[in-house]
Design a protein around this ligand. Structure first.
Ligand code: NAI
Ligand code: MG
Length: 369
């Protein structure tokens, strides 16, 4: 039994609370079966927090998020808050939490469950067994680099400016996350940039090469230009194990890789910070990649598996509960193979079930272990 772990749940808006309810059932199962003991707090975030507190996340919630071992987040936003000022829109709560926690490595697995290999836009043989991990640097690069802005030139023309900036330190810390992950997987990292046309990319390549030689000689490192990587992901995605890349390329490539798997309702993510060498603690923020899905919110039909798989990532990366994480993933695999399906992944001949029925099926699989 793992020692007591602290957890903050932030369900948010739309389908967030609906899918979080099912993740809580898994947490309850872990505790009831004596596998772990958690101290769990829950707070409002996004539109729900705007309605209650006037801001998308309160200082108290931010402080709590910093205190706990890990945060499990649902999703925020919806038409109700489309007119609120830009600085306090629901998404600002998410951005503030990520910034305050200093989480810089966004992990986006693209894993194809056997039972869903037919729902990819690629041929089943290209994606069956696909299991890649994209590590995207997410608080640096061109989305944050200075100078930036729109300026007016003396001749009256305007000019929009963004700057790609990466320091040695920023590249090393995300590189270490990728190499560490590869050690627990197939031992291969592909580092992606445009070193042929961008200096920041050239430095990225040099730093990754040195880091591998000095600290990770047991991991295999290759380099690829981002445009070729996009092509290779569509052509032969199974060639990859871990891909590590900057903010902009990671944004695009992770969405491309996600869609190879066929369903938004099945995709989790983790965002990790630096490990504190003294305490061994590392901030971890976990969330499904989907949004609040206002079109289906309140109908009880959202697929809860992305939220539950985000919890599995939390157990793996924040709590080192490898076996329990694997048990949850295996239960998801079995549910997809034989239980009914929520409408987003419905197939002819299989019953269409609700969010809570999907939760029932998953718990039944876990209890059968
Ligand atoms: P979305 O991911 O919420 O929905 C896109 C489509 O996928 C919709 O048709 C939705 O019904 C479906 N879908 C999403 N998750 C599903 C699930 N678990 N089960 C079944 N179907 C699912 O993206 P959209 O529509 O672009 O954004 C809706 C709202 O969510 C907006 O307010 C947006 O700002 C917010 N959003 C929030 C995110 C977050 O909290 N991290 C991320 C993306 C969007
Ligand atoms: Mg995106």
């Amino acid at each position: 039994m793992t020692a007591n772990k602290t957890l903050l749940l932030l369900p948010g808006d739309g389908i967030g609370p609906e899918v979080m309810t099912q993740a809580k059932r898994v947490l309850n199962w872990l505790q009831a079966s004596g596998r772990a003991s958690f101290t769990i707090a829950e707070d409002l975030v996004g539109g729900a927090s705007i309605d209650a507190n006037g801001v998308p996340v309160t200082d108290a919630t931010v402080a709590k998020a910093k205190e706990v071992d890990a945060v499990l987040f649902g999703s925020v936003g919806g038409p109700k808050w489309d007119k609120v000022p830009f600085e306090i829109r629901p998404e600002a709560g998410l951005l503030r939490l990520r910034a305050e926690l200093q989480v810089f490595a966004n992990l986006r697995p693209a894993k194809v469950f056997d039972a869903l290999a037919d729902s990819s836009s690629l041929k089943p043989e290209l994606v069956r067994g696909l299991d890649i991990m994209i590590v995207r640097e997410c608080i640096g690069g061109i989305y944050f680099g200075e100078p930036r802005g729109i300026e007016t030139l003396p001749n009256g023309e305007q000019r929009g400016i963004n700057t790609e900036v990466y320091t040695t330190h920023e590249i090393q810390r995300v590189g270490r996350v990728a190499f560490d992950l590869a050690r627990k997987r197939q031992g291969r990292v592909c580092s992606v940039e445009k070193a042929n046309v961008m200096e920041a990319g050239l430095l990225w390549r040099q730093v990754m090469t040195k880091l591998q030689a000095e600290e990770f000689p047991d991991v295999q490192l290759s380099h690829m230009y981002a445009d070729n990587c996009a092509m290779q992901l569509a052509k032969n995605p199974k060639q990859f194990d871990v891909i590590v890349t900057g903010n902009l390329f990671g944004d695009i490539l992770s969405d491309l890789a996600a869609m190879l798997t066929g369903s938004l309702g099945l995709l989790p993510s983790a965002t990790l910070g630096a490990k504190d060498e003294a305490t061994g603690r590392r901030p971890g923020f976990y969330e499904p990649i989907h949004g609040s899905a206002p079109d289906i919110a309140g109908k009880g039909v959202a697929n809860p598996l992305a939220q539950i798989l985000s919890l599995a990532m939390l157990l793996r990366y924040s709590f080192d509960m490898q076996e329990d994480a694997a048990a949850i993933e295996a239960a998801v695999e079995r549910v997809l193979a034989k239980a009914g399906r929520t409408p987003d992944i419905a197939v002819p001949g299989r019953a269409t079930i609700s969010t809570s029925e999907m939760g029932d099926a998953l718990i039944a699989e876990l209890e059968a272990i």
